[in-house]
Design a protein. Structure first.
Length: 190
């Protein structure tokens, strides 16, 4: 074994870890760049929207706490689910990332926290239609950080009055025909 071999292996491992971390950060930042930033997302009805935000950069570093508010209207009763992710293990990023969901039929805000791998998932069921907000917060360190994710809203179909009337008319017709068959005399052949 050569005397410099441990140094070469540790240097190579460090370079590979840094390369992987930079690729992950670039991927996350590009995903956040095409996602909707904080603000009003519109009406969600059986639809999904990507969200994200990049805070700070090398030229304009940012360190400290942030609160990003994403607002939307759930058109009918249903549920919302989604998730957020951020990179971990770097010299910069976001720590203590969390999402707080409130509004609509929620009596109290629901808060979800990121796990060790940098991922946070949420699911809220049995919601009424109404105005909701998702507040994403955390602390940026190392001058820059970013997160990305999505919100998916699934609403339950409410039948139109015309469809309901047509359904009831069909059931009534079927019952009437059954009643007529039961009253009709049986024909026998002898």
């Amino acid at each position: 074994m050569h005397a410099n071999e441990p140094f070469i292996h540790s240097t190579w491992d460090t370079v590979m870890k840094l390369r992987t971390a930079l690729a992950s950060a670039a991927s996350l930042m590009s995903a956040a760049a095409i996602a909707a930033g904080p603000g009003y997302l519109g009406e969600l009805d059986n639809s999904s929207i990507d969200i994200g935000h990049t805070l700070g950069s090398k030229s304009t570093p940012f360190n400290g706490a942030f609160n990003d508010v994403f607002a939307f209207d759930l058109l009918d009763a249903g549920f919302i689910k989604g998730g957020l992710h951020t990179t971990t293990g770097l010299e910069f990023g976001i720590k203590k990332l969390k999402a707080t969901i409130e509004g609509g039929s929620l009596a109290l805000p629901e808060t979800f926290f990121v796990n060790e791998s940098g991922t946070l998932n949420f699911l809220l069921e049995d919601l009424s239609g109404g105005h909701y907000t998702v507040t994403v917060s955390g602390t940026v360190f190392g001058g820059q950080g970013s997160y990305g994710g999505d919100i998916y809203a699934v609403t339950q179909a409410v039948p139109e009055p015309e469809s309901l009337a047509l359904l009831l008319a069909g059931v009534g017709l079927a019952l009437t025909m059954k009643a007529r068959r039961m009253k009709a005399p049986l024909h026998t052949t002898a």
